[in-house]
Design a protein around this ligand. Sequence first.
Ligand code: ADP
Ligand code: GN1
Ligand code: MG
Length: 361
Amino acid sequence: MSDLLEKLAGVLANFDLRGVVTKVEPWGSGHINDTYRVTVDQSGLAVHYILQGINQNIFPNVPKLMENIQRVTRHIAARNPGDSRAALTIVPTTTGEAFYRNPADNSCWRVYLFIEGAKTYDAVTDPSQAYQAARAFGKFQCALADLPGGPLFESIVDFHHTPKRFQKFLKVLKEDKLGRAAECKKEIDFALAREKECTIVVEELADGRLPARVTHNDTKINNVMLDDQTGEGICVIDLDTCMPGSVLYDFGDEIRTTTMTAAEDEPDLSKVVFDIKLFEALVQGYLSSATFLTAEEKRLLPFSGRLLTFECGLRFLTDYLEGDVYFKTHRPGQNLDRNRTQFELVRQMEAQDAAMQALIK
Ligand code: ADP
Ligand code: GN1
Ligand code: MG
């Protein structure tokens, strides 16, 4: 038995997996949860599941989090009868719960059916992927427009409140607990020069110029599965941050992760290139399915890319200064590298603002 299988066998025994678990392996490259692919021998057939250890530092209210996910997945599944890959499917525990809490260490676990014949990508390689990803996220927002049962639980309060993110950055910078600020002077100055831009979307949401909608809020490219055969965006995953928000948060994060082919943590900034062709494909894909946008939402689509890329870069910088306490890291300096790619992308988007706006028009 492998170490991982041995370690997680007790947890897995609480889910009805209809066979013998033969393999457990780390899966994907998410920054938040602990994700594994589990292989189960079901009468000679190898069937896969996703097992996730939920990050309770970030999501302390697991029952409410899972209630959100249940509401969203059931709603989308009901709109796509016969298509088992259109939504994530929660595999309940043997006692019928949406997650398992391990009494030994209070860790919380959930299992999803594994979506076969499709993949996530950490970066795009061509415009058709940008089109398909954006189309899928637009469809997802459309589907959630009539989600019954009142507002979703706010799983992370003020998740995209950029001004509050900025205040947190200032506080962490002032403390500079690890003495890392000196090596990021350029990045800190870049951030400080852009404080004014942080307020636009939250102000317009507050005064009603922008509508609040049910949004995903974490629409990075590896949170949508693209079909292996057709390339179509078939399933939006990673639903932990589905809650009230603005479509600009979603589209902005799509721009952030889908308009360059370099990795988010690429140390060589000469490889970080904002590609307007990818942006064009993204816009086309999104507008092909997000047919409900107001004029003001459309107007701000190009700006949302800059805003969300700046916000994410600021979060990486804050986390670096704080000692890498939020995002998973696999090597020293990774959060600073992530920050640098994001700020470089912001710089290029600022330079290409007119071209981006012209494309939306
Ligand atoms: P995190 O919140 O840490 O980003 P995700 O929920 O995005 O975790 O999962 C991490 C990765 O695992 C995804 O990018 C995807 O590649 C893979 N994954 C997650 N759920 C499934 C699923 N149901 N079927 C297949 N792959 C999945
Ligand atoms: C995290 O969970 P994942 O890896 O899809 C983060 C996003 C960031 C992203 C940066 C809950 O997304 O907000 O934009 O990393 N998710 C959470 O890559 O904080
Ligand atoms: Mg993810």
